[in-house]
Design a protein around this ligand. Structure first.
Ligand code: PMT
Length: 371
């Protein structure tokens, strides 16, 4: 998924030619406070990246390129890291799934289905009482919701979860760098778990259209002629060519050809510059099983970080492969028995990651070479 043509110096140029997210300085201060608090308590901190990134096609963005990721991997893993005693910086795509609320925010798990009116006999018979008007959790969901609620409250009380939203690939990269720099003080106690599906291509600012790209010509009245010229120029500037459509759908239809540049690879910079003492884990997503292991090893060799976790789009909830310098290790969820819920694969992934982090810290403290 990553293009090979971007040179290492492109990374620095990327930050020079893009605007940082608003309030970056304020976010940075809050991040440092969060990191310092947990550092003082000897608590490890993990950055979990989660969800897709958007690639805007216009400066005043109406359209953008996106990808499939809902943030399930990241949000679920964040919960298991919190359970394992880590503090979590959750760098996530805005409006993607969040730890804890994910149990009730998915469209197939509408939170309203978990509730009933106290005093009314629901379809399933729970909620029976005399007074009407109060909202209660249905009996059969109470135990699970109480468990989730307690964990959520504990994370809030202990201030162990820092939610950091992004939308575009650019804001993701600025924030990733900022978090990494703020986490440097943690040295070995810092972990990066990069589960986000980051875009590999973008429209550079000097080719970005300012206004909405038009799908057809604007009316040719004299007072709008200027607008039409602007529109055509905007498409050209964006590296997008509006061609007359030869599909037979109509003379006014246009094709939009989008010319994207490769996003520089920031993993190398993270490993060597921003977080040189941390344990760094990247994910690799493929759709073709025949190339998954090859791509994982290629990423490991290219970036010299600690671990690549490979997964296939179609089976990512059931199996992943851990690839490091020593071996490939598959992790698979056991088949659920009749009437039992499927185990979440993150409940197997995260403890294995924590074991490896323990080992890496132990080895460093013993002065052994990194494995
Ligand atoms: O959200 P879900 O629906 O649960 O899906 C989870 C997931 C499939 C998205 C997740 O498990 C996953 O595999 N995420 C990584 C997707 C991927 O293959 O990313 P990539 O090949 O573009 O990048 C690999 C690594 O390189 C990433 O960890 C990233 O940190 C890094 N990278 C990527 C792009 C870029 N410009 N610079 C980078 O350094």
């Amino acid at each position: 998924m990553m293009p090979a043509s971007a040179a290492p110096s492109d990374e620095l140029e990327y930050f020079d030619t893009h605007s940082a997210p608003a309030h970056l300085a304020a976010i940075s201060t809050q991040l440092q406070e969060f990191v310092n608090l947990h550092h003082a308590h000897g608590r490890r901190v993990v950055l979990v990246s989660s969800g897709g990134t958007t690639v805007p096609l216009e400066n005043q963005t109406v359209r953008f390129i996106d990808n499939f990721s809902a943030g399930t991997r990241g949000a679920t893993s964040a919960e298991y890291f919190l359970e394992a005693g880590y503090a979590v910086v959750f760098l996530h795509r805005q409006f993607s799934l969040l730890p804890y609320s994910r149990h009730y925010s998915h469209s197939t798990n509408c939170f309203l289905d978990y509730l009933s009116e106290w005093g009314r006999i629901g379809e399933d018979g729970d909620g029976a009482s005399s007074d009407g008007g109060d909202v209660v959790v249905r009996e059969r969901y109470r135990a699970q919701m109480l468990d989730v609620l307690r964990k959520y409250r504990r994370a809030k009380e202990q201030k162990t979860l820092f939610l950091l939203p992004y939308t575009t690939v650019t804001s993701y990269l600025f924030l990733l760098r900022e978090v990494a720099l703020r986490m440097q003080v943690l040295r070995n106690d810092a972990l990066f778990y990069l589960a986000a599906a980051v875009s590999d291509f973008f429209v550079p600012p000097d080719r970005m259209a300012e206004h909405k790209i038009q799908s057809g010509d604007l009316p040719g009245a004299p007072d709008t002629a200027g607008a039409r010229a602007d529109t055509t120029a905007a498409a050209a500037v964006a590296g997008m060519e509006a061609h007359d459509d030869d599909s037979g759908l109509g003379a006014r239809g246009k094709k939009l050809v989008i010319d994207l540049d490769p996003v520089p690879k920031f993993l190398k910079r993270l490993v060597e510059g921003w977080a040189p003492h941390a344990m760094i884990i990247s994910f690799k997503l493929e759709t073709d099983p025949n190339i998954l292991l090859y791509k994982c090893h290629q990423a490991l060799n290219r970036y010299s970080h600690h671990l690549v976790i490979g997964n296939l789009l179609s089976t990512r909830k059931f199996e992943v492969v851990f690839v490091d310098k020593k071996a490939d290790q598959w992790i698979r969820v056991p088949e659920a028995r009749e009437g039992q819920e499927q185990v979440e694969i993150e409940s197997l992934i995260v403890p294995e990651v924590v074991r490896r982090h323990d080992r890496a810290i132990g080895a460093k403290e013993a002065g052994e070479p990194a494995s």
